[in-house]
Design a protein around this ligand. Structure first.
Ligand code: SF4
Length: 147
């Protein structure tokens, strides 16, 4: 697991303050990718479980949700999601995939699916192919991004 940025995010998940981890190694190569560095598996710095734990301890009570973006298919991801949940965070994943393994999906509170397609636009466009779902209820939250 490698990251190129860690940031507090206010707009990616409705009504949540997210501690966002931008992970490298995304193989999807969407045309118009918002952050091509996420496609480079060698970019960024290693994110050990110990370092991840330290970030979560630092933001406990400040951020409500942990959000992974980019190289999210990493086999180690469930261990990281589990730690975040044990510390009281909700957990979210932005993936360009259309579907996830059910065991991984069931760990999540929020899941964004679908590759970025420039002619359709992102979540804030009514034409978008992408969807943000509240996993426990199956509610499609995508319309909340539309003005
Ligand atoms: S899924 Fe996201 S990070 Fe990966 S190539 Fe597409 S836009 Fe870029």
């Amino acid at each position: 697991m490698r990251q190129v940025a860690i940031d507090v995010l206010f707009q990616e998940i409705p009504n949540e303050i997210c501690l966002g981890f931008f992970m490298t190694g995304c193989p999807l190569a969407c045309a118009g990718c918002h952050s091509k560095v996420l496609q480079d598996a060698a970019a960024g710095d290693a994110l050990s479980l110990e370092t991840f734990d330290a970030w979560l301890q630092r933001y406990k009570g400040l951020a409500s949700c942990v959000l992974f973006m980019g190289g999210e298919w990493e086999a180690a991801l469930p261990e990281y999601l589990g730690l975040a949940r044990r510390l009281g965070y909700k957990v979210a994943l932005y993936t360009g995939e259309e579907r996830l393994a059910p065991a991984l999906e069931q760990m999540l509170d929020y899941l964004k699916t679908g590759p970025y397609v420039a002619r359709l636009g992102g979540l804030n466009q009514k034409t978008t192919n992408q969807r943000l779902t509240h996993v426990p209820t199956g509610t499609d939250l995508t319309p909340l991004f539309w003005d």
